[in-house]
Design a protein around this ligand. Structure first.
Ligand code: 3PG
Ligand code: MG
Length: 398
């Protein structure tokens, strides 16, 4: 791919020690991985390198440990889960630097896969300290980064190492960068963005960037209420950041200047309580009762959203349209997701989605596999949507 060095640019990996930064920050409950998507995503890079006879040494973080090593944040159980996904043994070393790591690496045969313990057991990892990076680099000849979802961190294992060793993007990083380029970098127009979620406050930079880049911006979820209230619509007891009214107005002004249509809900599904199965009714957005909460957008709004999806050549999606975790307030999100999936399958739409809740929402709708690309990144996807350079990506550029 243009602009980045990939595995295709490595001359020979056989017998080489390849340090591969992966994202194994997966959800775990009672010692079991509950969603292995991130592990599945890194399998192609590991299999390719191993198949070519490399010694594949995996570097990863897990959680946000504060005080050095602990069983709670150990990657050891995740080494087993990774072996299950890969269908081959994955060794484990109880340290990412020093004698334990060096000993385990020295014992590797060509094609072996080894996972080193949580890099965040050292504070120097997050501080990107050169002396620590040097210790990590001592175990490798080549560095491959396959962790887009951690690329917004300028840490030793995500950024520092790329300055120390010949550095390449792994296959998942490559696919991710490719998809993101199609989404916002150099998209086929018209481009429609759907942004939802609870709060405007966490997505101001993202909205400001999007209105300059897309042709239409659909705003849903709790954050739509802040925009509605800012333009004078009474949203009753709905979640709403009234203190952000002027920010919302500014975003609408910027959108108008940039020629970006802003689509706000025209109707809403309102309930008196936030719980599954709560009694609800669909009302025009001007008619939200004083004691009502908007928990989803209504059918009229869904029609507008699907019409925009029909007009779009490219769709970028972050955040659900309603409280999709509780039924029946998942309806609009599911309907829009299914519509986008169908258009994508027909070859009429490039659809790129990302962010924690978004992936969960698309899985809930049963269409995650039908989108052009679904990123497993949370923070990194948001920063990309904000138009910010990601340190772990920048350093891989040619
Ligand atoms: C994630 O889970 O979003 C990534 O692994 C990054 O984790 P972090 O937010 O703890 O840096
Ligand atoms: Mg995160």
């Amino acid at each position: 791919m243009a602009g980045f060095k990939t595995l295709d640019d490595i001359d020979a990996v056989s017998g080489k020690r390849v340090l591969v930064r992966v994202d194994l920050n997966v959800p775990v409950a009672d010692g079991k991985v509950t969603d292995a998507t991130r592990i599945e995503r890194i399998a192609p890079t590991i299999s390719e390198l191993s198949g070519k006879g490399a010694k594949v040494i995996l570097l990863a973080h897990f959680g946000r440990p504060k005080d050095g090593p602990s069983a709670e944040f150990s990657l050891e159980p995740i080494a087993r889960a990774t072996a299950d996904v890969l269908g081959r043994p994955v060794g484990f070393a109880a340290d990412c630097i020093g004698d334990k790591a060096a000993g385990a690496v020295a014992a590797m045969k060509d094609g072996d896969v080894l996972l080193l313990e949580n890099t965040r057991f050292y504070k120097a990892e997050e501080k990107n300290e050169p002396a620590f990076t040097e210790k990590l680099a001592a175990n490798g000849d080549i560095y491959v980064n396959d962790a887009f979802s951690a690329a917004h961190r300028a840490h030793a294992s995500t950024e520092g190492l790329a300055h120390r060793l010949p550095a390449y993007a792994g296959r998942t990083m490559q696919a991710e960068l490719d998809a993101l380029e199609k989404g916002l970098g150099d998209p086929v127009r018209p481009v429609v963005a759907i942004v939802g979620g609870a709060k405007v406050s966490t997505k101001i930079d993202l909205l400001m960037n999007l209105v300059r880049k897309v042709d239409a911006l659909v705003i849903g979820g709790g954050m739509a209420n802040t925009f509605l209230a800012a333009r004078g619509t009474d949203v009753g007891k709905s979640l709403c950041e009234h203190d952000l009214a002027s920010t919302a107005k500014q975003i609408m002004i910027e959108a108008a200047e940039a020629g970006c249509a802003i689509i706000l809900p025209a109707d809403g599904v309102v309930a008196r309580e936030f719980k599954a199965g709560a009694a609800s009714e669909t009302v025009a957005i001007e008619a939200v009762p004083a004691d009502g909460m908007i928990l989803d957008v209504g059918e009229k709004t869904v029609k507008t959203v699907t019409d925009w999806i029909d007009r779009a050549a490219t769709l970028v999606w972050n955040g659900p349209l309603g409280a999709f975790e509780i039924e029946p307030f998942d309806r609009a999100t599911v309907a829009a997701a299914k519509h986008a999936a169908a258009r994508t399958k027909e070859g009429k739409l490039v659809s790129v989605a990302g962010g924690g809740d978004t992936v969960a929402a698309l899985n809930h709708a049963g269409v995650a596999d039908d989108f052009t690309y679904v990123s497993t990144a949370g923070g990194a996807f948001l920063e990309w949507m904000e138009g910010k350079p990601l340190p772990g990506v920048e350093v891989l550029k040619r």
